[in-house]
Every structure is written in C-alpha cells, then in structure tokens.
Ligand binder design. Structure first.
Ligand SMILES: NC(=O)C1=CN([C@@H]2O[C@H](COP(=O)(O)OP(=O)(O)OC[C@H]3O[C@@H](n4cnc5c(N)ncnc54)[C@H](OP(=O)(O)O)[C@@H]3O)[C@@H](O)[C@H]2O)C=CC1
Ligand SMILES: CC(C)(CO)C(=O)C(=O)O
Length: 320
C-alpha cells in the first residue's frame, strides 16, 4: 500500500491527509510553527459540513525527520510561493525517484519540482477548504469533499498516476487520471484569477467588473501563447454538481488567498496566479493592465497587513 507524505498540511494538505488517514492509508503530515505544535499536542481537527472529528496523525517538522523507504508518494500542498524552500528541504532527504504530486493551484510548481524529481505529477485541485486556526482544517463540501484529477507532468499517465487516483477515490474524492492535466490546470488558473480580486477588494459592481477584465486578459494570453486549455464547457461538465457546500461557514468566507490575507501571513500566492498571466502577457506581447493592477494592489495590501477585501476596485478601474 502506498505511503503518503503531505508536505504542507494546511487547508488542502490537511483535508486530503485526513481523508487518506480515515481511509486507512499510512499518512505523515509535514507541518511547521504553531500548527505543528497543535497537531502534536491535540491531533488534527477536521471540520466538515456534517461534524467535527479529531484525528491522531503522524506529524513531522521536516522531511529529514521521516524514513524514506518503500513506495512513498509526496503530496506537495504548500502555497506556490513556498514551493522553492519546501523543495530544497525535500530534495535533501527524499530519493530523486520519489513521486512528487503537486496538490496546488497555479502552473509553475510542476516545472520547479521536475528540476529535482524525475517523477512529477499535477493535480487539478477543486477542493474548497479552510485553515485559519492552528491544528484545525475545514472541509467545506460533502459528501464529495473535492475533485482531484491527476496526471503525469508534462503529460501522460502511468501506474503511479493510476494508483494515486484510485487511492484518492478510496478516500472519498472524485478523481480520474488525465494525460492532459496541465490543460485542466490552465483552466483552473483562469478561475483562480478571482483569488486576488476577492482577497483585495470589497465586494460590489466595480470588483465584478475588474474580475471580468482579468479573466478576459487571461483567456487572451493563453490563446496568444498557444497553451492548451480545456474549454469552459468541459470544466463545467467535469464539476457538474459534485461539490455541495451547504451552509456558509462563519469564518471561512473566501478562497485560499483570502485566507492568507485574513490570517495575516504576510505572503500570498498572487505572483503565481495573477502573476502567471502577467508573465505570459510579457512573454507574448499581450498587455495585461488589469492583472498588473490587481497584482500591485494585492502586494500593497499584504505588505501593509491591511484588512482582507478592503480596497476599492473603482479606484483601480479608473486607472485602466
Ligand atoms: N484552500 C483552498 O480552498 C484551496 C487551495 N488550493 C491550493 O492548494 C495549495 C495549498 O493552499 P492552502 O492549503 O490553502 O494553503 P495553506 O496556507 O492553508 O496551507 C499550506 C501549509 O503549508 C505550510 N508550509 C509552507 N511551507 C512549509 C514547509 N517548508 N514545511 C512545512 N510546512 C510548510 C504552511 O505553513 P504557514 O502557515 O506557516 O505558511 C501552511 O500550513 C495552494 O496552491 C492553493 O492555491 C486549491 C484549491 C482550494
Ligand atoms: C476557488 C477555489 C476555492 C476552488 O477550489 C480555489 O481554488 C482556491 O480557494 O484557491
């Protein structure tokens, strides 16, 4: 049976680790700071729409504290801006043939992993989840917690891919192996252009308009770059009505970037989501003024440790 090491046990890593543990897999979570201390002292608290449970999970402070033998798969679930440091630590201890699966948004992590690990995989993560308090993660959807399709990077499927997908299904997720996983992840990238907008600007008409502009620019740069991306219809059909969230959670009122700003972490993933569109625009001669403006506004808000969703999108629209 595959053993799973979850590197980064926050919202996504915590929920996936918990569900694998509950399904009987051998799971180790790598965590840090106060979250690590709480996990060690009290276990992992998993909150779902139908109840809360506390799990005793094996926890480590770093990859070097784990034994690296047998068929271990790493699920990398740190935010993209944390990938480089996490990989340095991982590569110092895990054998280079270890399969590393990017359980992350964005499209830059897989290439970073492939520089260090020859068996690299990507998951298109549709898993609304939360982590605002140490020791605690929130699974927002039930009975299917999330859709986690998986493919080999840069393309194809293999036995590991099939195994990981089967294990995720055993743990309750919807999952299929996909040879074109990056085309799905690029569609998800366009959805995630909403992350910085949601985290930075107060809800309202101007924010909705800004969101339309950043998504239009996103579509334009992917087309100009000739990057394969699944259609809106394919994405909609895959999601169907699989993810049921029920009542709104009182604390988790936004996605992953919103949560970083709400937690005051001082860093966000925006350079790898909004910033990916900015990068592709610059590489392909396509202007992306709305994405540049959102990226800069988010950077300012985060640096000032400002309140989540507190800026006025109308001020940004007026500059475009
Ligand atoms: N939350 C969501 O609903 C969804 C998130 N995603 C994606 O999943 C990925 C993970 O996001 P999410 O789970 O929200 O992020 P979180 O911040 O909740 O979790 C990441 C965790 O990894 C920890 N971490 C970072 N670096 C290390 C390290 N070197 N060693 C040990 N632990 C480390 C962080 O610690 P610290 O807090 O100290 O930084 C944090 O606990 C992102 O790419 C995100 O976009 C995708 C779909 C939905
Ligand atoms: C939009 C959402 C919640 C989808 O899973 C997400 O990807 C995020 O919060 O980063």
């Amino acid at each position: 049976m595959t053993r799973y090491v979850v590197l980064g046990a926050g919202a996504v890593g915590g929920v996936v680790g918990a569900r694998l543990e509950l399904a009987g897999f051998d799971v180790s979570l790598v965590a840090r700071g106060e979250h690590l201390a709480r996990l060690r002292a009290d276990g992992l608290t998993l909150e779902t729409p139908v109840g809360t449970e506390v799990l005793e999970v094996h926890v480590a402070a770093r990859p070097g504290d784990l034994a690296w033998a047998g068929s271990t798969v790493v699920l990398l679930a740190v935010k993209s801006q944390q990938t480089a440091a996490a990989l340095d630590d991982l590569a110092a201890h895990a054998p280079p043939e270890t399969p590393v699966v990017c359980l992350q948004n964005g499209v830059a992590n897989e290439a970073a992993v492939l520089r260090r690990f020859e068996n690299t995989y990507g998951i298109c993560v549709m898993l609304p989840s939360g982590h605002l308090a140490p020791g605690r993660v929130v699974q927002r959807c039930h009975p299917v917690p999330g859709i986690l399709d998986v493919g080999r990077y840069p393309g194809g499927v293999d036995d590991t891919c099939e195994q990981v997908s089967e294990d995720l299904r055993r743990a309750g997720f919807a999952s299929v192996p996909r040879p074109d996983i990056m085309a799905w992840k690029h569609r998800k990238l366009l959805m995630n252009l909403g992350n910085a907008v949601q985290a930075t600007f107060a809800p309202g008409d101007a924010t909705d308009r800004l969101l339309e502009l950043v998504r239009d620019e996103g579509e334009a740069v992917l087309a100009a770059a000739g990057i394969p991306v699944v259609s809106v219809e394919q994405d909609r059909e895959r999601r169907g009505d699989l993810l049921q969230s029920g009542e709104r959670h009182p604390d988790i009122r936004g996605g992953s970037t919103w949560q970083s700003v709400a937690r005051g972490t001082g860093d966000v993933e925006t350079d790898y989501l909004t910033g990916e569109v900015v990068l592709l625009g610059r590489l392909n001669g396509v202007p992306t003024p709305a994405n540049v403006a959102v990226q800069e506004a988010t950077r300012r808000l985060v640096a000032a440790r400002g309140p989540v969703a507190s800026l006025d999108a109308a001020e940004v629209l007026a500059t475009l």
